[in-house]
Design a protein around this ligand. Structure first.
Ligand SMILES: CC(C)(COP(=O)(O)OP(=O)(O)OC[C@H]1O[C@@H](n2cnc3c(N)ncnc32)[C@H](O)[C@@H]1OP(=O)(O)O)[C@@H](O)C(=O)NCCC(=O)NCCS
Length: 186
């Protein structure tokens, strides 16, 4: 099975050596939904992140699952195409990362870091799109360099704690300071 690559320097030493990262497409979608229901509250589908993504499909090349040492599903990550539409109506493509979810009993063992690292290291380095997510700056900033420094003027289609809107980009200053996040429309 295809293994995800890890970025040099971003180790996941605490992960059990028999654990695996595999493409999410290789996992039964009912199992993925059940895991998300366990990791999040049942109303998860009303979250603003779902509205941002709209009816887009997650991107198979950037979405992964973690299996524990017994090959049971431990966690998942999905990644979606979204747009930041500036105040002149121009859509800037972004990758929306998440949800990232680890079974409660397996949290704190390195699965979350392994999953996010798998997605970030699978992004084509020749043309890396900036990444956006809604999450804890303490976690995503500390391990992956996401920050809310450039997102204060980004509007979302629903309630959100603005400080949890995080971006990671080689040069975030090329992104609009003001704009609306929403689904990518071709
Ligand atoms: C957030 C989540 C994905 C992290 O995955 P995980 O496998 O538990 O975390 P890891 O083992 O990779 O990392 C553990 C480290 O991150 C820290 N950490 C975990 N969640 C954190 C958070 N929300 N804020 C700050 N630090 C956090 C832990 O304290 C630990 O630090 P330490 O190594 O210094 O002890 C997981 O806890 C989860 O599924 N939570 C519920 C769903 C959720 O909130 N998802 C994120 C929003 S999309």
């Amino acid at each position: 099975m295809r293994q995800a690559r890890y970025l040099p320097g971003q180790s996941c030493e605490s992960l059990h050596p028999l654990s695996k990262i595999i493409p999410l497409a290789d996992v039964d979608s009912a199992l993925v939904e059940a895991l998300l229901d366990t990791a999040f509250e049942p109303e998860r589908r009303q979250r603003t992140a779902y509205t941002v993504r709209g009816d887009a499909e997650w991107l198979p090349a950037l979405s992964f699952a973690a299996l524990d040492a017994a090959d049971l599903l431990a966690g998942t990550i999905q990644c979606w195409p979204v747009a930041l539409t500036d105040d002149h109506g121009r859509a800037h493509p972004l990758l929306m990362v998440g949800p990232v979810a680890v079974l409660p009993a397996l949290q704190g063992l390195g699965y979350g870091q392994a999953l996010v690292t798998a997605t970030l290291s699978a992004i084509d380095p020749r043309a890396p799109l900036p990444q956006v997510l809604i999450g804890d700056p303490a976690y995503y900033g500390r391990f992956f360099g996401f920050a809310n420094t450039h997102t204060g003027g980004w509007r979302l289609p629903g309630p959100v704690d603005q400080h949890r809107v995080l971006c990671r980009a080689a040069n975030p200053s090329i992104l609009p300071a003001s704009g609306a996040l929403g689904p990518w429309r071709r």
